[in-house]
Design a protein around this ligand. Structure first.
Ligand code: ADP
Ligand code: MG
Length: 338
């Protein structure tokens, strides 16, 4: 590297504003390890995501956008635990020390780090093919940890925001969505505003931290939708030992998705697409009102899309209340790599 590793750390990480004071962070960048004081009434949760160029983000993508996405998807995992962001660490593999890339990357991190009061407290840098590992640390209250194994028969299934935008965004950006060649965005209907919406959906997913912290008391389980509803809700029902029924008629879609993508492709994106980073949660029926009021109080759109039932599978009903065979060949071939 043309600059010393130490100089990179100082300029783009330690003194870029990313390492800012936060209560509980006793020591951050600069020593052999960070030192954290976890409040006595809290538990520490940790989550890591690795993003590899050309696999998890496009070659030559804007470094600020990549940074934003990398931290956002990690914070989404904290939201899915109903945790409050505490701090994060960064493992960076760089082909060479590219100053403008590092400056953009550092800036992209800063925006979200400040918004969620989540300072960078350490990491490592080494040379190799561009990849980014972020580990976020969050604080949660013991009785409010949002686990995957808490769903009970009779609970209602809700999602935040809209579904399918992540996969539709990939198609809009000309990237492989894994949903097959007939999964297309109608180019003629795609206005600049639609393109902008999909670009933000991909690069700037909104971690649902405020929602999950505010609503944690009323939810029995939760997961963030990163691989499509069928896959992610599948983890919840497996862990909880229950089944689920979904009503596709109720699925919430964004206006751009409704405008630029056919109904069947929207449904495909919601069920099997990835990258939505919305939360899918179960709510005991008795908590319904309080849950909806709590979501409203933080201006988060929520939609009831189904119910937890006995069994061990997800059944999915279409708008005519007919069952969609999720395991049929028609859907199977969409379920490739994610
Ligand atoms: P060591 O040799 O003890 O492993 P390093 O020289 O790798 O330490 O790192 C020095 C300091 O800089 C440490 O506090 C480390 O956490 C921090 N650091 C290294 N890389 C990064 C990075 N990518 N982001 C933030 N901090 C980093
Ligand atoms: Mg050391």
């Amino acid at each position: 590297m043309s600059q010393s590793e130490f100089e990179i750390i100082r300029r783009y990480f330690a003194e870029s504003g990313l390492y800012f004071p936060r209560s509980g962070v006793e020591l951050g960048i600069g020593d052999d390890g960070a030192v954290l004081q976890v409040p006595t009434d809290s538990l520490l949760t940790m989550s890591m995501d690795i993003l590899v160029e050309g696999v998890h983000f496009p070659l030559f993508a804007d470094p600020a956008q990549v940074a934003h996405r990398a931290l956002a998807v990690n914070l989404s995992d904290l939201a899915a635990m109903a945790a409050d962001p505490f701090c994060f660490t960064l493992g960076l593999v760089l082909p060479y020390a590219n100053e403008s890339w590092l400056a953009g990357f550092s800036e992209g991190l800063l925006e979200l780090a400040e918004e969620f009061k989540c300072p960078l407290v350490g990491g490592d840098i080494t040379r190799g093919p561009l990849s980014i590992a972020i580990q976020v640390h969050g604080l949660c209250k013991q009785e409010r940890v949002l686990r995957r194994d808490g769903a009970k028969v009779g609970d209602l299934i809700y999602v935040t925001g809209t579904l399918g935008d992540g996969a539709i965004a990939l198609a809009s950006l000309g990237l492989d969505s894994h949903l097959g060649s007939s999964f297309v965005v109608d180019g003629e209907k795609q206005t600049d505003a639609c393109k902008q919406h999909f670009h933000s959906a991909y690069y700037r997913p909104k971690p649902r931290i405020e929602f999950s912290n505010n609503c944690a008391d009323f939810m029995s389980s939760g997961i963030d939708v990163s691989d499509g509803l069928v896959g992610d809700l599948g983890h919840v029902i497996k862990a909880s030992g229950v089944g689920a029924v979904l009503n596709t008629k109720a699925f919430p879609y964004s206006n751009p998705a409704a405008c630029c993508v056919s109904e069947s492709n929207r449904q495909l994106a919601a069920l099997f697409g990835g990258d939505d980073y919305e939360l899918c949660v179960s709510v005991p029926a008795l908590n319904r009102r309080e849950f909806e009021a709590a979501a409203e109080s933080v201006s988060t759109q929520i939609t009831c899309i189904g119910e937890i039932v006995t069994g061990s599978a997800i059944r999915c009903l279409d708008s005519q209340e007919e069952e969609i065979d999720l395991s049929s060949g028609a859907y199977m071939h969409f379920r490739g790599a994610n």
